[in-house]
Design a protein around this ligand. Structure first.
Ligand SMILES: C[S@@+](CC[C@H](N)C(=O)[O-])C[C@H]1O[C@@H](n2cnc3c(N)ncnc32)[C@H](O)[C@@H]1O
Length: 350
């Protein structure tokens, strides 16, 4: 039976093999989720790490490679105009405080406009000025085919700024002299998982949403990667990594792209500020003896990249290597202005 079909095992005792010179630091809070009374997984102590902090490179602004499949055409006046495959799309963009470069006509002559709630996670609706469009359309990024998708929450099934990470990951997988094991946590529609698999990695993809896992499997078929080793796992990210730690499973590359707030399949609450330190701590334990990288991205949070940078350096104390942190940006094709999309921090072994 595939992992995704199994009921998650009941949480067994948490690991006690923390070495004696590592004093446990309690996590920020210990409480119950008040909605569904699911215990929030905060009982495993965060390991107090010894040794030097890794070297650092800050700030390092990563820009997605320009290319076919996607372009940020223009932005301004609180919106952005993007090209996703065949479609021109207008969406709200709170960071675009500046005026638009292109004419009103350019901004009107588009395929889809997201209107309604300007809140990042708010519901809203799509309007199709030219002709009614279906829910999905063909997309191709970094040589992988998948579906773009008009979703209720303004998202379109892919976060193209992540291409900067995917490009980095693809190179590491290609240059490795062995099949790397990649863990994609909060993997959404699976584009990163498919790019890793196409490059030759063995991939484990975890997401709480059955729907997102279904979309990811559809993308696998579309990308003609059905024969590649990808485990699609519908589970709570924290429960999954805690279980992997107990089993002693490890990964060469871990990508983690947690939302600010989310819920596991059984109502488990994910709160970024409550869980991120423990999540990274467990991810460190999941790194293989020859690790290649641990990459964290964070969207829509009130924090500086320094917050996740210093957390990553503390988490990776004694591991050597380097922590690089900053922002993922998209560059406008029209005027060349930079649009910040998210914060990231990644540990690499050298
Ligand atoms: C859209 S992606 C991340 C993109 C970006 N970071 C953002 O916040 O918009 C977030 C994914 O995390 C998944 N997710 C939310 N809570 C989760 C949890 N507790 N465990 C595993 N996946 C979860 C969602 O289903 C979704 O596919």
């Amino acid at each position: 039976m595939s992992e995704s079909m199994k009921r998650p095992a009941a949480d067994a005792a948490l690991p006690t093999d923390i070495s004696l010179n590592e004093k446990p630091r309690r996590n920020r809070k210990s409480r119950k989720d008040d909605r569904q009374d699911q215990p929030v997984l905060l009982d495993r102590p965060i390991i107090r790490r010894e040794g030097e902090r890794p070297a650092e490179t800050v700030p390092l602004v990563l820009e997605s490679p320009a290319g076919a499949g996607f372009a940020l055409i223009d932005s301004g006046d609180g919106e952005k105009l993007e090209q996703y495959g065949p479609y021109r799309i207008v969406r709200p963009e709170a960071q675009a405080l500046w005026p638009r470069s292109l004419s009103d006509r350019d901004w009107r002559d588009v395929d889809a406009v997201f209107t309604g709630d300007v809140d990042e996670d708010g519901m809203g609706r799509w309007r199709f000025p030219r002709e009614p469009l279906g829910e999905t359309w063909p997309m191709r990024l970094l040589d992988v085919d998948f579906h773009g998708r008009f979703t209720a929450f303004r998202h379109v099934g892919v976060f193209p700024e992540q291409m900067a990470h995917w490009h980095w990951m693809r190179e590491r997988i290609a240059e490795a002299k062995r099949p790397l094991k990649v863990l994609n946590l909060f993997g959404y529609t699976g584009v990163a998982s498919l790019i890793a698999a196409a490059a030759g990695a063995q991939v484990t993809h975890v997401d709480a949403s059955k729907k997102a896992i279904g979309w990811a499997r559809d993308n696998q078929a579309l990308a003609h990667l059905d024969d590649r080793p990808i485990r699609w796992i519908c589970d709570d990210a924290m429960k999954f990594i805690a279980r992997e730690e107990r089993r002693g499973n490890t990964y060469d590359i871990i990508l983690t792209d947690p939302p600010k707030f989310g819920r596991g399949p059984n109502g488990e609450v994910w709160q970024l500020f409550d869980h991120i330190a423990l999540m990274l701590d467990i991810c460190r334990e999941l790194l293989s003896p020859k690790p290649v990288g641990l990459v964290l991205t964070a969207y829509s949070i009130r924090a500086s990249f320094y917050s996740i940078h210093e957390l990553m350096r503390e988490t990776m104390r004694g591991a050597g290597g380097r922590v690089e942190s900053g922002e993922l940006i998209l560059r406008e094709a029209e005027a060349g202005r930079a649009l910040s999309t998210s914060l990231y921090s990644r540990w690499v072994p050298q």
